[in-house]
Design a protein around this ligand. Structure first.
Ligand code: FCB
Length: 445
């Protein structure tokens, strides 16, 4: 017996990308921390760079047509700060602004709603030299950059996301050193996280004022943490993991405080917080963007300040080594709604990497990706049925692209990109998403 799951009327289906991962067009932008990081020996797979990427800078029209063909109603992309301001501040790079002008116009002509992220990790190099995100001043530079973008695009763009995944920015970039700028210092990472949140809060009113219709949100990567057993020790470990991955960002944004247990745990490493910061950071938002890929399962351990160790439960895994766990998406959304009631919620990223093969007929039979998406669509639908105000779903990603430290060795696209010819080939999963988007429903077998 099959059943049809309908999504609410007006539910938005879209895809997501990020500037550094797809644009290329390096000649028309300033140097960023990722340009530099790609050149550090051993940091990025085989020294891959974002110089050309998917050449979206030149091929954006084709990409917009692809989205329109696939029946996508919205598109989440990010703006490259060093394309707007080559040194992160000062003179505006007019040709860079033109690029986004043309992109936005093409989207609107195709009936696709732009969801614009202001920061998806390509920090201008000059700002890095000034102390990177560990420097408080960057929050104010970000506000200035936001003003420039809002002035130029705010007449047509009304859906804004200030930051993508501050957890990844700060902890992978400044503590674990696996993302740009490759620092390894917990105290600086916590300060970076605070400054990123401050910059978010400063940007909110600027975006609001740019257009009466503006809606502003932030995107967090959230991952529910499950204890490996019922023991008190493992349940405490899961609470610490949750504090680290989720509450450290959700609490400041929605409650205007850092979680007390984690503040105690980080002890001497906690960030410097100035008077008024928490009010700025907790400025009311119109929506929360949730990026969900997998869950975490932990048990009590001895290592590091968190004293947790990760468990890899039996199950299915993607090429990233991430467990396929759709129930985690339902659990997460229900919990976020219960604990924070953030208003509208969007899944701003969900997707998977698998080893795709392009056939001689130009097809990619990626049934593993289709099944992954199918299961997560069901999980999202279940959350809606439980009362979560989920308003849209952006699949990561439109195109295969530069997957950060993995370079071009991980394919997340629903459209295959031949990195030699830069030709695009919709995969079977793209056709599946098209059918779901057009019906605003899916059939469960
Ligand atoms: C997220 C990033 C996105 C992409 C996916 C796989 O953390 O926001 O750029 O790399 O993971």
């Amino acid at each position: 017996m099959s059943e049809i799951l309908r999504f609410p009327e007006g539910f938005l289906w879209g895809t997501a990308t990020a500037s550094f991962q797809i644009e290329g067009g390096i000649e028309d932008r300033g140097w960023s921390i990722w340009d530099d990081f790609c050149r550090w020996p051993g940091k990025v797979f085989e020294g891959h760079t974002g110089d050309v990427a998917d050449d979206h800078y030149n091929r954006y029209r084709e990409d917009v047509s692809l989205m329109a063909d696939l029946g996508m109603q919205a598109y989440r992309f990010s703006i490259s700060w060093p394309r707007i301001l080559k040194d992160g501040m000062g003179d505006v790079n007019e040709s860079g602004v033109d690029f986004y002008d043309r992109l936005v116009d093409s989207l609107l002509e195709a009936g696709i709603i732009p969801y614009v992220t202001l920061y998806h990790w390509d920090l201008p190099w000059e700002l890095h030299r000034m102390g990177s995100w560990a420097a408080r001043d960057l929050a104010y530079r970000f506000a200035d950059y936001t003003r420039v973008v809002a002035d130029r695009l705010g007449d047509r763009v009304t859906n804004w996301i200030t930051h993508n995944e501050p957890w990844v920015v700060s902890f992978l970039g400044y503590w674990m050193g696996v993302h740009a700028p490759g620092w390894q210092d917990l105290g600086l990472a916590l300060q970076a996280a605070h400054n990123v949140l401050l910059s978010h809060g400063l940007a909110v009113p600027i975006l609001r004022e740019s257009n009466a219709a503006s809606r502003v949100g932030i995107t967090l990567n959230l991952s529910p943490a499950y204890p490996a057993s019922d023991s008190d020790a493992d349940q405490d470990a899961a609470r610490r993991q949750d504090g680290f991955s989720n509450r450290w960002f959700l609490d400041p944004v929605y409650k205007g405080t850092y979680p007390e247990d984690m503040w105690t745990l980080f002890s001497s490493e906690v960030p410097r917080v100035s008077d008024g910061d928490m009010e700025i950071i907790s400025a009311p938002l119109d929506f929360l963007g949730v990026n969900y890929y997998t869950r975490s399962m932990v048990q009590a351990g001895e290592q590091g300040p968190l004293r947790v160790s990760s468990i890899q439960p039996e199950g299915e895994y993607t090429q990233m080594g991430w467990e396929v766990y759709p129930q985690g998406l339902t659990d997460l959304l229900v919990r976020v709604e219960q604990d924070y009631a953030p208003g509208d919620i969007y899944i701003t990223e969900n997707g998977c990497a698998y080893e795709d093969e392009l056939t001689s007929e130009g097809q990619v039979h990626d049934s593993d990706r289709t099944v992954y998406l199918y299961k997560h669509f069901i999980a999202a639908h279940r959350a809606i049925a439980e009362g979560v105000p989920l308003k849209g779903y952006f699949i990561w990603s439109l195109l295969d692209n530069f997957e950060w430290a993995f370079g071009y060795s991980r394919r997340f696209g629903i459209v295959y990109v031949d990195f030699e010819t830069l030709e695009r080939y919709p995969k079977d999963s793209a056709r599946y998403c098209q059918a779901v988007a057009q019906a605003n429903a899916l059939t469960v077998e």
